[in-house]
Design a protein around this ligand. Sequence first.
Ligand SMILES: [Zn+2]
Length: 403
Amino acid sequence: MKTMRKGDWKLIQELNRSIILNKIRLDGPISRIELAKGNRISPSTVAAAVQELIREGYVTEIGRGESSGGRKPILLQFAPDNHFLFAASISNTVIEVAQLNLEASILRKASAPVGMRQGEGVIELMLGMIDRFVTETGSMDPCIGIAVTTPGVVNVEQGVVYYNSKLRLNDVPVKQIVESRYGIKTWVENDTNSLVLAERRFGSYSSFANLIYIMVGNGIGAGILVNDMILRGKLGGAGEFGHTSVNRSGIRCECGNVGCLENSVSWPAVHSRMMAAMASGRQTLIHDLTGGDFSRIGPAVYKEALSRQDRLAMDITEEIAEHLGAGIVNLVNLFNPEAIVLGGNVAQDNPILLHKVEEHISRYAMRILKDDLVVGQSSLGDDGKLMGAAAVVLQDLFQFSLT
Ligand SMILES: [Zn+2]
């Protein structure tokens, strides 16, 4: 048998601590006795871990509960407001930065358009925003970490953004840059991976350990949770759903493939299809909704036209559902998820698209895999990406992970 090294004990201690903290968070107020019973951890281990958690401010004692004979036990409760974290969400169009408590509630936030910035310019914009938060925050001692999320291929262990073609982020050591500037532990994660984590931890999909989040916005991506683990692949590039081919006679994509999903269902694709139809004289409600100012055509205008049964918006949605549905059927047959979550500015608050995609799945996915499959929209609201970034840090705090 392998003998235990000193480091293994430390690992077990940290694991117990995480299990105990998570249990208090989910089931509190709870007594030490109940914690020990429920987790098969010895009462002395629980007592030591709880003492440490109270000293560090993660847990508070809140009076006594009911006694089952003998002395009434002291109840413990999670204290999410004694610490905070910073989340920075980079997208291809906007950067958002927020300060959140340990329940992923937003305390304050700021956003700035990316504009024409690329590469270093994007990182500098983000650092400037974090700088302001740090300056306005009195003490940084209660800050447990900084999380940065971005579309593209991210090496999570090294905190390096390997590849984001639109923002020209290539081999950018974001973790190292942020940690050396602020001296605070930093996590870097792909945005859709962080979103699937947030749906699992904080959203309505918390009961699903096999969950796929699909972003249908300015780009297309998927965060894939298999048996409660994010599927990453060798370089962190798993889930590049937008670059799976659904049309071999489609246009060539910048990734080298042809007929990529991203080129037919992302917002830029929807937008260019609308513009082309209107340029050829097609009648649509979009003229009225924008007062003829086509620079105002955004996802909200498309969804408004769709909700009013505009023929052009309906036709475009039919096409999106066809391609997206084909892609999702592949995901269902490959990964056998329990639930599929659609988010992003094209799919969010778009019940007609959701319904058509569901129909497609129900018609074409393998019967045994689709029977109990849940398909729904993101439950996180407008601050989903910031909650996603927070989930990356809190995952480490609440559920000790070996990666
Ligand atoms: Zn592609």
